[in-house]
Design a protein around this ligand. Structure first.
Ligand SMILES: *Cc1c(COP(=O)(O)O)cnc(C)c1O
Length: 372
């Protein structure tokens, strides 16, 4: 199946795509643990020629945004492959708030003189539009990690850009079900498939999707040369995870809105950041560019870092762990992470899973009360 026919909703595509049409073929593409293939029939070596297992993942994720996808060993491998397209001396624009790995990669490259970096506030649409005219790589992440700022991607991606510039959107927090960067005009959309696509905290993978065929071939070439290929079992598990993405997201998102509303009323919570709450600074933009507000909530507890750490130790159903986008709810204090020291010391990032919402609330409420 090639891309998603307009007659199929994304929810159906997730279930139907990435399967063989051959009579007698397995209904699910199996994990094919092959480094090489018998010569004479196209594929010879997996790093250069791919495998049917990776291609199943690429068909599913690429089709969600009506583009061509390339799967990588991790989200960061996918990010690095995009930065790898830059010529020496390029200008890169990145958000003020973004995934610390992306900021780290950009700043490390700048320190070695490979490119220069400009940081722009995600809410400054005009500055981003200007960056589109001047920069070679315009790197957006929305909603952002962990402040959940929503950028006006529709306005930014439609801005005139420097010839050859790449407008990249890290779409990990939204997923293609909630946001379609390529439809807004972005050049590439990036997923850390480790998160929502995989959905079970048991794999690392990344996927880049583009409608630019030349760039798609270049990214395949970069993967072949740099070697950041997806693991076979990981690609298989990511496909299995993708099958239930719509269900998981719907449920977790409903839980997240309910928890955000209850947290906002909590006497020991000083601030709640969730794009679905009218109190969120970019709620109005979120309503325009997102189909759903996602499953991540950042909130501050009254007190100091020690109180916030105690909340993390106190939760039982919710696990004290990093990462996000999985069936299980996890929580961590973000300022405790290297490179994130600038964040409010009491900010807790909660990734809401698919558990019963009242059980989640009981756990959260008692953990907060016991910490004070
Ligand atoms: C996790 C994450 C990444 C990096 O993905 P890995 O699979 O961990 O390499 C990039 N961007 C965002 C927004 C993420 O949450």
């Amino acid at each position: 199946m090639q891309k998603h026919p307009s007659s199929l909703k994304l929810e159906s595509w997730l279930v139907a795509a990435g399967r063989s049409a051959e009579p007698g073929a397995p209904l699910n593409v199996p994990p094919i643990p092959a480094s090489n293939f018998i010569l004479g029939h196209g594929r010879s070596y997996s790093r250069t020629d791919s495998t049917p297992t990776w291609e199943a993942l690429e068909e599913i994720v690429g089709g969600l945004e009506d583009g061509h996808a390339v799967a990588f060993a991790s989200g960061m491998a996918a990010v690095a492959a995009i930065f790898d397209q830059l010529a020496a001396g390029a200008l890169v624009a990145i958000p003020d708030d973004c995934y610390q790995g992306v900021a780290g990669l950009a700043m490390a490259g700048a320190a070695r003189g490979r490119w220069s970096v400009q940081r722009i506030a995600l809410t400054d649409t005009v500055a981003w539009q200007q960056a589109c005219a001047e920069a070679d790589l315009i790197w957006l992440e929305s909603p952002s990690n962990p402040l959940l700022t929503v950028a006006d991607l529709a306005a930014i991606c439609a801005a005139p850009r420097k010839s050859g510039a790449i407008v990249a959107v890290d779409n990990t927090f939204a997923t293609p079900l909630n946001q379609q960067p390529l439809a807004f005009g972005a050049t590439v959309s990036v997923q850390s498939a480790t998160k929502f696509i995989g959905g079970h905290s048991d794999l690392l993978a990344g996927v880049v999707t583009t409608r630019d065929e030349t760039l798609w071939r270049q990214l395949l070439h970069t993967r072949a040369l740099a070697g950041a290929t997806p693991g076979t079992l990981e690609a298989f598990l990511a496909v299995r995870g993708a099958r239930t993405l719509a269900l998981r997201l719907e449920r977790a998102q409903r839980n997240a809105l309910e928890l955000a509303q209850r947290l906002a009323q909590h006497p020991l919570v000083t601030r709640v950041r969730y794009p679905g709450l009218p109190s969120h600074p970019t709620h109005e933009v979120a309503k325009r560019v997102l189909k759903g507000f996602g499953t991540i909530i950042s909130f501050d507890v009254r007190g100091d870092a020690a109180v916030a750490d105690a909340v993390c130790r106190n939760v039982r159903l919710i696990r004290h762990a990093t990462s996000l986008g999985a069936v299980e709810s996890t929580m961590e204090r973000r300022a405790a992470i290297a490179g994130q020291e600038h964040l409010p010391p009491t900010l807790l990032r909660l990734s809401v899973g698919i558990e019963d919402v009242d059980d989640l609330w009981a756990d959260l409420d008692s953990a907060i009360r016991a910490a004070n």
